[in-house]
Design a protein around this ligand. Structure first.
Ligand code: CLF
Ligand code: SF4
Length: 431
């Protein structure tokens, strides 16, 4: 019988959300043999320290310890997504599950989701988080239209939390012990509340740690059920080498299943979790991420957006970072990119556009000469560029893109910007 105080998400689920969830391989047992998920490893940083985690590896709240994933930029994620989607028509979910915490890297996570959503609006987006920043980014998650969020909640009591978490970094401060656990637990509860109130389906992961939280877990399950979580996923502790808990006993699946059976009377139990890599791709039971590593260096023959190479003039001191103002550059590095490969063409000398205020009136000819040197380019990639210079370039059909990132990342950004300009249906509503 339902507790009168519970907000059972299953009863609030709309038909549309139910249909969507039927294609989510983690939320739907039936879906996990048919539909694939793709994790974007765009979140390397974490804002807490779990004693079962070693930060050389992926977040243990979802991943098997000892697994290391590559970290991608949002732009490279989009390129990789396009390729995976082509080869996996049954791809239904794009999830972010590390290697650190999704909300500790929110800007890049949000940007990655926006880029892929613009490319493929039907994709289901999914996040996994320790929950520390949920009260702060809950509204963003709602606004992005994300409907599936996993929060790891290992306990409700700070005294137990102090044994599981070493510290947290929260709003510029470092907390340890029960103070840290109290803030974390409070934010997890508040965050789940916010998400459930907005119709988001919350799955709660719980790491089962012998001698620490085993007896307490049924209480956690009841609490999150009453908050409106849809299901819990009780996971075994697999001691990670190098972690504080490295010598703890591994929880057996027999013990985990016994606890799941006990908790099943309260809330639906996930039993098919694979503790995936942060860059996992494919059916849950058949990870194919190895086929798509280093996708940027791959040849993507069939990619529909690989119709052309764009030529880009880059202002950079050493061809590593986009670290020069347009007006300060004495040379342009010319590259071509099709969003997958990058080719360096040549370096072209130019005249410094900005000679300081004294010579301002004398620079008109220089300004024209600078542009004449790159009229074959589609875009300029630069750290900063003034409005007037942008206008001059635009008159010649050259776009200007500002970036402070690496040349490689900047070029991928330029590619997607130009593709959007050429085909507004691939609208990029990026931050
Ligand atoms: Fe990924 Fe997690 Fe979304 Fe699934 S995994 S972010 S909810 S799309 Fe799934 Fe993998 Fe288990 Fe996670 S099997 S580790 S539960
Ligand atoms: Fe490690 Fe994940 Fe815990 Fe962060 S939240 S410390 S990445 S297990």
């Amino acid at each position: 019988m339902e507790n009168a105080c519970s907000k059972n998400a299953a009863f609030l689920m709309s038909e549309e959300l139910a249909k969507m969830t039927a294609r989510h391989p983690c939320y739907s047992l039936d879906a996990h043999h048919q539909f694939a998920r793709m994790h974007l490893p765009v979140a390397p940083v974490c804002n807490i320290s779990c004693n079962y985690c070693h930060r050389k590896y992926d977040c243990v709240n979802e991943s098997r310890p000892g697994v290391t994933s590559e970290v991608l930029t949002p732009e490279i994620s989009l390129t990789k997504f396009i390729r995976v989607k082509e080869e996996m028509p049954h791809l239904s979910v794009v999830g972010i599950a590390g290697p650190g915490d999704a909300l500790a890297n929110w800007d890049v996570v949000k940007r990655s989701i926006k880029l892929i959503k613009a490319e493929s609006p039907d994709m289901i987006f999914c996040l996994s988080t320790n929950g520390l920043m949920l009260p702060h980014y809950g509204q963003d998650i709602i606004d992005l239209g994300i409907k599936h969020v996993t929060v790891t909640v290992n306990c409700l009591e700070p005294a137990i939390g102090a044994k599981i978490y070493h510290h947290i970094h929260y709003r510029g401060k470092y907390y340890v012990g029960e103070n840290a656990a109290e803030i974390l637990i409070h934010n997890q509860m508040e965050g789940i509340n916010i998400l459930v109130d907005h119709g988001i389906l919350v799955k709660v992961n719980i790491v089962m740690i012998k001698d620490i939280n085993v007896e307490h877990i049924p209480e956690v399950v009841k609490k999150v059920k009453n908050l409106g979580a849809l299901m819990t996923n009780i996971m075994p502790l697999i001691p990670a080498p190098g972690s504080v808990f490295q010598n703890f006993p591994q929880t057996s699946m027999k013990e985990v299943n016994a606890l799941r059976d006990l908790c099943q009377t309260d809330i639906s139990q996930m039993r098919h979790c694979q503790q995936c890599r942060a860059d996992a791709i494919g059916l849950l039971s058949e990870d194919q991420s190895y086929k798509f590593r280093h996708v940027k260096a791959d040849t993507v023959k069939k990619c529909k957006f690989r119709a052309r190479f764009y030529k880009v003039a880059v202002t950079s001191k050493h061809k590593q970072l986009v670290d020069l103002h347009y007006g300060h550059a004495e040379e342009f590095h010319i590259y071509e990119t099709d969003g997958v490969d990058i080719r360096f063409i040549e370096t072209r000398a130019t005249s410094k556009y900005c000679l300081g205020r004294v010579n301002c009136d004398e620079t008109e000819e220089i300004k024209d000469a600078v542009i004449q040197g790159i009229t074959d380019c589609d875009a300029v990639l630069t750290m900063r560029i003034g409005y007037e210079a942008q206008q001059r370039l635009r008159e010649q059909g050259i776009s200007a893109v500002e970036s402070c990132a690496s040349v490689e990342e900047g070029l991928f950004h330029v590619f997607h910007q130009l593709r959007h300009e050429a085909d507004p249906s691939a609208a990029l509503d990026v931050i």
